[in-house]
Design a protein around this ligand. Structure first.
Ligand SMILES: Cc1ncc(C[n+]2csc(CCOP(=O)(O)OP(=O)(O)O)c2C)c(N)n1
Ligand SMILES: [Mg+2]
Length: 1038
């Protein structure tokens, strides 16, 4: 019957139009998004051959005829033409012509009917036009959706209506609609005109507006498209180049009546809005002069997040990691993560004392970790909010990295159990490049978290700046299009529409495991913070905001009018929550001490003692047995799988490695191999990430072997070392420092039992990740009591390569070290070196030997606490024949040498030494070569400072005392205002109680890190070597 009806409908536009009229008269006055439209029906045509059983066949014929009129029998052709031209029931059908010569009169009659029919091309064109129209709505309908709750701004910053959709800004006013249509048809709108409105069109398979119907009158098609795409939800998705995904979205938004909520769901939504709204009101009442970056104008964020979490929990997720900026953070902590209210309220008490370290940076920045039962799904759920700096969006990649790590540790390879939600402000989402860099990690095999749900609090303002001055893209969310993420814009004053898109977003993530964006178009009721006057800069917007009813009130009135709740119930809900706040407020007065440790986003159970202290204050030897070294060396110089052809050049490299192993020596690459391989044996996961790290920028590493004959066939020998070893992850990253370093920092947050390393291609590139270094790595523990053992490998060295690629800017890292240059610590303290490490904010080293590099990597894990480790790594030293270490330097009992003292002839007769040169890193090899050439090996001692920070006061004091007659000089290849000089000099002076000067042998100050001229480079080098070994040079200054 259904087929027959639709078929008939297709054929009989006039009758169909009557039913549409009936429907539009029945439409409720205040139609909302997604009214259920199912009352369309058409009477059965009175053709003699149309019956329930024939209808399928007729429909098939009709479809075939639509595509090509010649493909059906002439009689069908005539019938369809007649019907389409409006022939009354019973007259459209003409008997087929007799096979033999028949009556001429009958032929002439049929012919005349055909000729009288409109051109079949027109019919096809009309159908194509309707298809185009449907597509236009799908692509551009969101541009006219009513997204701004204030009704004054266009969410896409463009007030025009796209020319290819028959829409009006006031979709429900038929008069306006008609006028718009008339205007459009004057210029010819796809060839359709007003008279086509009541014609019935077959719907393409790329739309779901028909519901059960496969054809609809044009008027109804437009109405349903407007309902789906131009109400309070604007769906941006047609750029996605995957048909299944597009169909999925169409089905979610076009199916008539799909957005339905039970009364229970509506009541829950109202209760959540009550909490969200009353929480801000409570804070405002109690602390009216405090900044809180309130959520007023976007209270719907709380139920939105809860819906995403509920739905994800229903789909199997049990750990949600979140990152968010200032706006609404307290509300999210209270009502989404469920931090105890008294813990939040006590933060407003200025007399609260901190019980532990941490810079008191609590309210808007500290993270949180909480495990509880999700009341809707009755399943366990862990929620974690990552601590974040003020720097908007900087936490994005950190959240991703932590999520990836949590997935990794629980074997969640598809993101079914752990997911992340990122919140953004509209201005920051559009403006900050890190958003783009983070999106680019979303689909990379070693970085994907299998979909993030992004929620934008789009209050259409950034501090005092109007979006029209703040972005060039139509929406703040356009950046998400680069990864084919669907974007759901929604008017935040329609809480049900918001809940619906949040449900769809969560379902999208669990279905396709890809990113999705929910753009909550809202407003900001107050200034940027509660103290700011917004009328200075946004007078008109704020005049409107003053008139705007809060969403809670609007929604409560709606539900009361629908009889879903009554007024007393609603008021009861409010007073219940107010009472909860009041009681928590009373309890908060008892909180005298702030425990910042209660605000950790990633606790490391078992790593510390119960009161958060390290389990010991010592570090075992970082050496290894000969057997282990040899085994790792052998694997590192072989191809551990069968029938695997490696490149000839690589065979030579592996052969050289094999020879080194036989000779019991290591170069840099092999030392790194030994450190990694041994930690893997001890169950420590290792993750090395950065640009081209698999081979190594300098082609020294080769951790991933590529079969020369089979595409994508690779082998990672490091994963073939031991039977039950931890996995080794080595991954070439996207070309982003900010994003990838942030990601690895987040990865390292999740567990102390992993060595996570990020390598810059060249050290100077770290400055595009400066925000991660400055805001997280350097002060992370001080601000947020958060330890992190990330390792930064920064290739550094002046090698005549010009100003780029030369300097990893050691001066900057050293300038940010927290040790006091003027205070000599208690050198007699037990475990001085470990205590120093415990107290520092990060460790900065510049190793001159592969063996020391090996030890410092192993020490990073064997220490009983975690500190970031910055290593300036070599370039030319990777292949320098003298930069080798013997196995003897790596055997049990050996350890990392913070200082490598002089051990040549000068050390044998220290009284004869005239100058003690201190240096670090590669320049040591230039100095020893020059010393030998000048034959002053007995007069000049050279001591290497391998650990620059924390400064090895104890060992250096011994060195100075050993050479009583020597003058002291610091030698570096970097320019004087760069490198280590400014850091080392005052500390050396403190070490010797300022008893002697500390001279400088190095390049002059300069703006650029290095000259671009090779000859100048060599001249400068020679000059600094001359200074270093001219024993009279400082005489005139003393
Ligand atoms: C990287 C960075 N630049 C500047 C600021 C200063 N700032 C704090 S909030 C803000 C406006 C943010 O606007 P939006 O992202 O729309 O969030 P809203 O405050 O409107 O919720 C600015 C510029 C910052 N915190 N971070
Ligand atoms: Mg904003």
């Amino acid at each position: 019957m259904f087929h027959l009806r639709t078929c008939a409908a297709k054929l009989r536009p006039l009758t169909a139009s009557q039913t549409v009229k009936t429907f539009s008269q029945n439409r409720p006055a205040a139609a909302r998004t997604f009214q259920q439209i199912r009352c369309y029906s058409a009477p059965v045509a009175a053709e003699p051959f149309l019956s329930g059983t024939s209808s399928n066949y007729v429909e098939e014929m009709y479809c075939a005829w639509l595509e090509n009129p010649k493909s059906v029998h002439k009689s069908w052709d005539i019938f369809f033409r007649n019907t389409n031209a409006g022939a009354p029931p019973g007259t459209a059908y003409q008997s087929p012509l007799p096979l033999s010569r028949g009556s001429l009169a009958a032929v002439a009659h049929a012919q005349s009917l055909v000729e009288a029919q409109p051109n079949v091309d027109k019919l096809v064109e009309d159908h194509l036009a309707v298809q185009s129209l449907i597509r236009a709505y799908q692509i551009r309908g969101h541009h006219v959706a009513q997204l701004d709750p204030l009704g004054i701004l266009d969410a896409d910053l463009d007030s025009s209506v796209p020319a290819d959709i028959i829409s009006s800004t006031d979709k429900l006013d038929l008069a306006v609609f008609k006028e718009r249509l008339r205007m459009l048809t004057v210029g010819g709108f796809y060839g359709l005109d007003e008279s086509d409105l009541d014609k019935v069109f077959h719907l393409p398979t790329t739309t779901f507006i028909g519901g059960q119907e496969s054809a609809l009158p044009l008027r109804e098609i437009i109405r349903r498209l407007e309902m789906a795409y131009c109400q309070h939800i604007g769906v941006e998705f047609m750029f996605i180049n995957d048909l299944e995904q597009c169909q999925w979205i169409r089905q979610k938004f076009e199916t008539p009546g799909i957005m339905q909520f039970t009364n229970e769901e509506k009541r829950t939504l109202l209760a959540r809005l009550v909490r969200s709204t009353r929480f801000e009101e409570f804070l405002q009442r109690k602390w009216s002069s405090e900044k809180r970056f309130g959520l007023e104008g976007c209270e719907v964020l709380i139920p939105a997040l809860k819906t995403i979490i509920d739905k994800s929990s229903e789909n199997g997720v049990d750990y949600v990691i979140m990152g968010m900026p200032h706006r609404g953070r307290l509300n999210v902590l209270a009502n989404v993560i469920r931090k105890e209210l008294e813990q939040i309220f006590c933060q407003f008490d200025s007399k609260l004392e901190a019980a532990d370290e941490g810079s008191g940076d609590v309210k808007y920045h500290l993270g949180m970790y909480h495990r509880r039962i999700n009341r809707v799904t009755d399943r366990n759920i862990t929620l974690s909010l990552v601590a974040n700096p003020s720097h908007l969006e900087a936490a994005d990649p950190v959240v991703m990295g932590k999520t990836k790590a949590e997935q990794f540790y629980c074997g969640d390879t598809e993101g079914k159990k752990v997911m992340s939600i990122l919140l953004h402000g509209d201005a920051a989402f559009a403006g900050q490049g890190i958003v783009y860099e983070t999106f680019h990690l979303s689909d990379l095999p070693s970085y994907t978290t299998h979909g993030t749900v992004h929620v934008v609090v789009n209050n259409q303002i950034g501090f005092t700046t109007d979006p029209r001055m703040a972005r060039s893209s139509p929406y703040p969310t356009d950046v998400a299009r680069v990864v084919n993420a669907p974007i759901f814009h929604v008017n935040s004053d329609d809480p049900e529409a918001v809940m619906y898109v949040c449900k769809v977003a969560a379902e999208w993530r669990s279905t396709f495991h890809k990113d999705v964006v929910v753009d909550l178009v809202c407003y900001r009721r107050n200034g940027h913070n509660e103290m700011d006057e917004p009328m200075f800069t946004q007078p008109l917007m704020y005049k409107q905001i003053r008139k705007q009813k809060p969403v809670l009130q609007k929604y409560a009135e709606l539900l009361v009018s629908q009889g879903v709740v009554n007024q007393p119930e609603y008021e009861e809900e409010i007073s219940k929550y107010d009472k909860i706040c009041e009681e928590a407020f009373a309890r908060s007065k008892d909180e005298k001490i702030l425990h910042i440790k209660h605000w950790l986003d990633s606790p490391w159970p078992g790593f510390f003692t119960l009161d958060g202290q390290p389990r010991s204050m010592s570090c075992p030897s970082t050496g290894l047995t000969e057997d282990i070294l040899t085994h790792i060396g052998n694997v590192a110089s072989s191809v551990p799988v069968e029938n695997f052809t490696i490149h000839g050049g690589l065979s030579r490299i592996l052969k050289t490695r094999g020879e080194m192993v036989k000779n019991r020596t290591v170069d840099w690459a092999l030392a790194e191999y030994m450190a990694f391989g041994s930690l893997l044996k001890e169950g420590i996961h290792i993750r090395l990430s950065g640009q081209d790290v698999e081979r190594g920028t300098f082609s020294h590493r080769h951790h991933v072997l590529h079969d020369q004959n089979v595409d994508k066939r690779t082998c990672i020998p490091m994963n073939h070392l031991w039977p039950n070893q931890a996995p080794y992850t080595v991954c070439n990253s996207s070309l982003s420092e900010y994003g990838v370093l942030g990601f690895e920092l987040g990865f390292a947050m999740a567990s102390p039992n992993a060595l996570v390393l990020w390598e810059a291609q060249f050290g100077d590139f770290h400055n595009t990740a400066q925000c991660i270094i400055d805001q997280f790595i350097c002060p992370g523990q001080a601000k947020w009591v958060r330890q992190n053992g990330i390792v930064l490998l920064l290739p550094h060295g002046m090698e005549g390569m010009g100003p780029e690629h030369s300097s990893a800017r050691p001066e900057r890292f050293l300038q940010m070290c927290n040790d006091d240059p003027d205070v000599l610590p208690d050198l007699k303290e037990a475990n001085f070196d470990i205590n120093q490490l415990y107290d520092c904010n990060w460790v900065v080293v510049n190793c001159s030997t592969p063996g020391n590099f090996f030890h410092v990597l192993r020490r990073q894990i064997l220490l009983p606490f975690r500190k970031p480790l910055i290593i300036f790594t070599p370039k030319s030293l990777l292949r320098h024949p003298e930069a080798r270490s013997s196995f003897d330097e790596m055997l049990p009992g050996t350890h990392f040498q913070r200082v490598i003292p002089e051990d040549g002839p000068a050390a044998q007769n220290p009284e004869n030494v005239k100058r003690l040169l201190f240096c670090t890193g590669k320049v040591y090899y230039d100095l020893t070569r020059e010393r030998k050439a000048r034959d002053v090996v007995g007069q000049v001692a050279i001591t290497r400072i391998e650990q620059l920070s924390p400064f090895p006061f104890d060992l250096l004091l011994k060195e100075v005392q050993k050479y009583p007659n020597a003058e002291l000089a610091w030698c570096q290849e970097e320019h004087k205002n760069q490198g280590y000089y400014d850091y080392v000099k005052p500390r050396l002076r403190t070490t010797i109680s300022r008893a002697k000067p500390v001279w400088y042998a190095g390049r002059d100050p300069a703006a650029a890190p290095a000259t671009g001229n090779k000859k100048t480079h060599l001249t400068e080098l020679q000059r600094l070597l001359d200074t270093a070994f001219d024993l009279d040079v400082f005489k005139n200054f003393s």
